[in-house]
Ligand binder design. Structure first.
Ligand SMILES: CC(C)(COP(=O)(O)OP(=O)(O)OC[C@H]1O[C@@H](n2cnc3c(N)ncnc32)[C@H](O)[C@@H]1OP(=O)(O)O)[C@@H](O)C(=O)NCCC(=O)NCCS
Length: 385
């Protein structure tokens, strides 16, 4: 590390298990309760950090309504037992919110504005996920900008149309996602990131719930399209709706040394880009080249690529246009199998990439996802320990 330049490093991270929305283990639990437990659990991984050194908690949340309204970042910080002096801000860049929170923390640290920030995300898709109510939609946008309020499933159908994707190739991605996730789960590769969380019913939850090991081309062939009559996107080729929370502690590298905390990874760079809203799934195609140009790295330099599988259609299109090597993408499975707790996903995927780099001795990880409304985000981390 360069001695004079300020660097942002990750010193701890962790997440809840990804639980099925509405029918899973956290569906009866207030998200402030499980997110508070995850935040507490991450801090317990670094007991030498005095909590009053935390200068902000930045929380990504894609649906900051109902239980997640009222500045959920501060509510979660309070629920985790952080001192009064620790502030909190809730941010929203939809599905990239949990990566944006890390990037915002890292950039504040690099700029010298702060030295230690907790960043993460939380989502209760059970309680808060719903279409934007018609009465709040802007009339001008409805008349002039077709993609603005389009359902995410319809945007995936449009990508499938544009790239002439077959039902079979999307089903195959779903089969692979479940196969890789199940293998990773059986080999204990998902466990290091997971912090036990107690549900409102008193159950301690430690395992991701979405993986269906029996998934096969035959079992998927009979599923009906769920977003457009005669369409090609099914429940199995869509990311699952999920309840989860994830946090990471981001710190200036010299402070980490002073506190005796080994830096796990260095924040290398981050970029966001806009694209057509009605094919929002193509966002990574614009964000990935941008982050590579900013950092001077290339896709070939990456040892792992976490590409959020919002839908198989958009993930296939992005892999094809970006020329991503299949063996480097989502080696522990993707959101089709593990779920996509929207605001938490960016932090979940960052931890997943860092776990994989540690397991394999790799160096660079790319995290990228599409974003509702027509955007893409991409972040790069370098493993250090
Ligand atoms: C697609 C969607 C509507 C499906 O919702 P759901 O009906 O609750 O989904 P489920 O995962 O429970 O699957 C429904 C059924 O499909 C079938 N199915 C789903 N995945 C399957 C698989 N891998 N193998 C076999 N059958 C499968 C099953 O019959 C299942 O019913 P069951 O759980 O009772 O067995 C929902 O997952 C969704 O909205 N996803 C996208 C979320 C989104 O937009 N996120 C933002 C992205 S930008």
């Amino acid at each position: 590390m360069n001695g004079s330049k300020r660097e942002a490093v990750v010193v701890a991270y962790g997440r809840s298990a990804c639980c099925k929305a509405r029918k899973g283990g956290l569906s009866g639990t207030n998200p402030i309760d499980y997110a508070g437990q995850v935040l507490r659990g991450v801090l317990e991984r670094i007991p030498s950090l005095p909590p009053d050194r935390i200068e902000d908690v930045i929380l990504g949340c894609a649906m900051p309504v109902k239980h997640m309204d009222y500045n959920a970042a501060r509510l979660i910080a309070r629920r985790a037992g952080l001192p009064d002096t620790v502030p909190g801000q809730t941010i929203n860049r939809f599905c990239s919110s949990g990566l944006q929170s890390i990037a915002s923390a890292a950039n504040a640290i690099i700029a010298g504005a702060m030295d230690c920030v907790v960043a993460g995300g939380a989502e209760s898709m059970t309680l808060c996920f719903a279409p934007h109510p018609a009465e709040y939609q802007n009339q001008w946008l409805l008349s002039n900008d077709e993609g603005t309020y389009m359902s995410m499933g319809e945007t995936a159908e449009r990508v499938a149309d544009r790239y002439e994707l077959s039902r079979e190739e999307m089903d195959l991605m779903a089969v692979e996602s479940h196969r890789k996730a199940y293998q990773a789960q059986c080999q204990g590769k998902l466990a290091p990131s997971i912090l036990p969380v107690q549900s409102a019913e008193g159950r301690v939850i430690t395992e991701d719930e979405g993986i269906r090991p029996e998934t096969s081309m035959e079992s998927l062939a009979g599923l009906k399209p769920c977003f457009r009559p005669g369409g090609r996107i099914t429940a199995a080729t869509s990311s699952q709706t999920t309840d989860a929370a994830a946090f990471a502690v981001i710190m200036e590298a010299k402070l980490a040394r002073t506190l005796g905390l080994p830096p796990l990874a260095r924040f290398v760079g981050f970029a966001v880009a806009g694209c057509e809203a009605q094919v929002m799934g193509l966002g990574p195609i614009y964000a990935v080249p941008k982050v590579m140009a900013k950092t001077g790295l290339t896709v070939e330099d990456m040892d792992v690529i976490e590409l959020n599988e919002a839908f198989a259609a958009q993930a296939i299109a992005c892999m094809s246009d970006l020329n991503l090597p299949v063996e480097k993408v989502n080696p522990y499975g993707g959101a089709i199998a593990l779920g996509h707790p929207m605001g938490a996903t960016g932090t979940v995927l960052t931890g997943k990439a860092l776990d994989y780099l540690k397991d394999t001795g790799g160096h660079y990880g790319l995290i990228t996802m599409c974003i509702g409304g027509g955007m893409g985000a991409a972040g790069i981390f370098e493993r250090l320990n």
